[in-house]
Design a protein around this ligand. Sequence first.
Ligand SMILES: NC(=O)c1ccc[n+]([C@@H]2O[C@H](COP(=O)([O-])OP(=O)(O)OC[C@H]3O[C@@H](n4cnc5c(N)ncnc54)[C@H](OP(=O)(O)O)[C@@H]3O)[C@@H](O)[C@H]2O)c1
Length: 349
Amino acid sequence: MYQFNEYQASEHRYDDEKILYKRCGASGLRLPKVSLGLWHNFGSKDNYDNMKALIFTAFDHGITHFDLANNYGPVYGAAEENFGRIYEQDLKPYRNELIISTKAGYDMWPGPYGNWGSRKYLISSLDESLKRMHLEYVDIFYHHRMDPETPLEETMLALDQIVRSGKALYAGISNYNGERAREARRIAKELHLPLIINQNRYSIFDRTIEENGLKACAKEAGMGVICFSPLAQGELSEKYLHGIPADSRVARDGRFLHKEDVIQPEKLKAIRALKDIAGERGQTLPQMALAWVLRDPEITSVLIGASKPEQIVENLGVVGHTEFSEEELQRIDAIYQSIAGLLDGHRHV
Ligand SMILES: NC(=O)c1ccc[n+]([C@@H]2O[C@H](COP(=O)([O-])OP(=O)(O)OC[C@H]3O[C@@H](n4cnc5c(N)ncnc54)[C@H](OP(=O)(O)O)[C@@H]3O)[C@@H](O)[C@H]2O)c1
């Protein structure tokens, strides 16, 4: 049986409402400019009290949006289960204040129906996610990646059925390029499906959405963009400048971020140079890295991860200071260009 606690959300959580929330494209939904993802640190072996501290710190500071996927863990499903436990114990009274998203599209269960983008996979996966999270509906359900084989009509019709059945309020797509997103949006429009958001990686170190047409498509279609790994999984901080700290992602869960990538001397030199610019702006490097993503009017939210509650508080310091001078942007671009070749070979997710 669950033990019910007595979490009371801070009464000041919406004090910064005017600066914290932004409309998601042309939709009616406003998202916090900083959202929290549960990809790491919510697995079956992670510390449950820390998970609670992360979620409560976020919500107490006005972060209303929590992002999951069917296979976040490890083990697959564990992040949804842990979130579901916290929800059931403590967050249930706040359901109407929360935007909870999940996804399906990557490997989830064995056999031909536990991956990619078929109607069979998406609908059954969301049913399982809802059970794990103790929810009747999610706020956003995403197709997690492009499927080269399943017709896009089938995937979009599955999202449409999911929304019409009340199991999701809005639909989204993740890791789509501009061309596929444009096509998805066209089909969604015909169906009157609220396909309102793209979830893609974007950071000082990863400019893919500028190059593959996604950003341009989102603007043209009035869709929002929420950017994952805006800190390049923690590389855009000081933490790896002097080795690999024992409590870092590389040391604790290096499935997608490897030691040999974070200790490259050219990259460390670039990170030091970025840190200098951040210092001149009166920001920490993570704050500047988040500001760099949010400087763009097309971007709705940065989707951060955190291993410690203090990181969330530090990162929220970005809100209200997302303007850059032309000179600062040029200096950041020059640093990026100096290691761009190195970065291209190390995109893991
Ligand atoms: N759609 C997709 O395909 C996809 C793919 C990947 C991620 N995502 C989503 O995006 C979310 C965020 O991804 P991410 O975790 O890679 O984002 P990230 O914000 O780039 O990296 C988060 C990590 O950076 C470190 N960090 C955060 N704030 C810090 C600070 N102020 N100072 C120093 N280190 C700091 C922490 O790592 P340490 O453990 O080292 O402290 C933290 O776990 C995921 O949870 C998931 O919801 C989606």
